[in-house]
Design a protein around this ligand. Structure first.
Ligand SMILES: Nc1nc2c(ncn2[C@@H]2O[C@H](COP(=O)(O)OP(=O)(O)O)[C@@H](O)[C@H]2O)c(=O)[nH]1
Ligand SMILES: [Mg+2]
Ligand SMILES: [Zn+2]
Length: 328
């Protein structure tokens, strides 16, 4: 699943694996031969060398890049690490470069978001959809859309939403309809998990927990068992897990309930509206598509080639960032 890089130490007692669970400073590492090893890390490890070709790295400012390079980091779930098995317990001695690094959920190397929306209850909301898509585009995360509660939507609502979603499908997003009450969900969703670390995101009530429980019923039971073992009053204990499923991994807790566009520069926001790049060129190469004359994006909006709601949401987000407000 990951390519094994030859150990630079030239020592056969050092092996690579993927951290799939963390409870405080205890790590479960899945080795390439499928064995699980319980490891510890000596606190923070030597600085992480970021994969400089990653979109995550490219999205960072020069200053942040430098901070990343000198940062001492603790290993976390999702990391590919080098293990020294001669130590008792085995020790994590190096973290391989991360291609992405998320907090809340605190997982490294996530590369797919299963973005969940319901047709109804709560009602489908394109403003929220566009904010989520912008945020994930910024983080360089691939998005697969999962639509729930088809059973609760009347045909008219369903048709309207599906027709809007056609636009997003043309942008390149995969849209999966899932009846979360049927085990068929496994057949429609699992093929998209292959070779990826995925997290589920979406508004409260859309069915994220229901989806996770269907994808991995054993995870639900295990989480309960761990909480019990750790006892009450220890809720601050850090526990993060990704579950191997469908040839990839899925985080067992939903992330991104809060939408914060704060890291995004207003001048770069347009780049995350990927279809704007396909519009005819604007008069000014630095056009932000707001008040400028002879704007290819605005032309495309008036011709109906760009969805008017997409453009309106772009302007709203632009104004919000300009006013330095966090968007929730
Ligand atoms: N009818 C119907 N109810 C669903 C579906 N998916 C989830 N629900 C219900 O919606 C409610 C919220 O689901 P939950 O998974 O807790 O949402 P979360 O807040 O996103 O984790 C629960 O009562 C679920 O049983 C679905 O496809 N159809
Ligand atoms: Mg939930
Ligand atoms: Zn323009």
């Amino acid at each position: 699943m990951w390519s094994i890089k030859k150990s630079t130490f030239g020592d056969h007692t050092l092996k690579h694996g993927r951290i799939i669970e963390q409870i405080s400073n205890q790590y479960q590492v899945l080795m390439s031969d499928e064995t699980l090893i319980k490891c510890q890390a000596r606190g923070k490890l030597r600085h992480m060398k970021l994969d400089q070709s990653s979109t995550f790295y490219q999205s960072k400012s020069q200053k942040t890049k430098q901070e990343q390079l000198i940062l001492q980091v603790a290993p976390k779930v999702g990391d590919i690490v080098l293990i020294d098995e001669t130590k008792q317990p085995p020790q994590i001695i190096e973290i391989m470069p991360r291609t992405s690094d998320l907090y809340r959920p605190d997982i490294a190397n996530v590369n797919q978001v299963l973005l969940t929306f319901s047709f109804v209850e709560p009602a489908f909301n394109t403003m929220l959809l566009d904010k989520f898509l912008t945020l994930f585009q910024y983080h360089g995360l691939e998005v697969t859309l999962i639509m729930t509660k088809r059973d609760l939507a009347d045909d008219k609502t369903y048709e309207e939403i599906m027709s809007t979603l056609k636009y997003y499908e043309k942008m390149g997003y995969q849209i999966l309809l899932s009846d979360l009450k049927s085990p068929m969900v496994l057949h429609t969703i699992t093929p998209y998990l292959n070779n990826k670390i995925s997290v589920v995101a979406g508004q409260t009530g859309v069915g994220k927990s229901t989806l996770l429980n269907m994808l991995m019923p054993e995870a639900h039971l295990k989480t309960q068992a761990i909480s019990k073992a750790l006892g009450r009053g220890k809720h601050t204990t850090r526990h993060t897990t990704i579950y191997p499923i469908g040839g990839g991994y899925v985080a067992d807790t939903p992330g991104f309930s809060k939408l914060d566009l704060m890291g995004i520069k207003k001048e770069l926001l347009k780049d995350y509206f990927v279809e704007f790049n396909q519009a005819p060129p604007c008069k000014f190469s630095s056009c932000l598509h707001i008040h400028e004359p002879s704007c290819g994006v605005k032309d495309a909006v008036s011709k109906g080639e760009i969805l008017i709601s997409r453009y309106e949401h772009y302007v709203t987000m632009y104004e919000d960032i300009k006013q330095q407000k966090a968007i929730y």
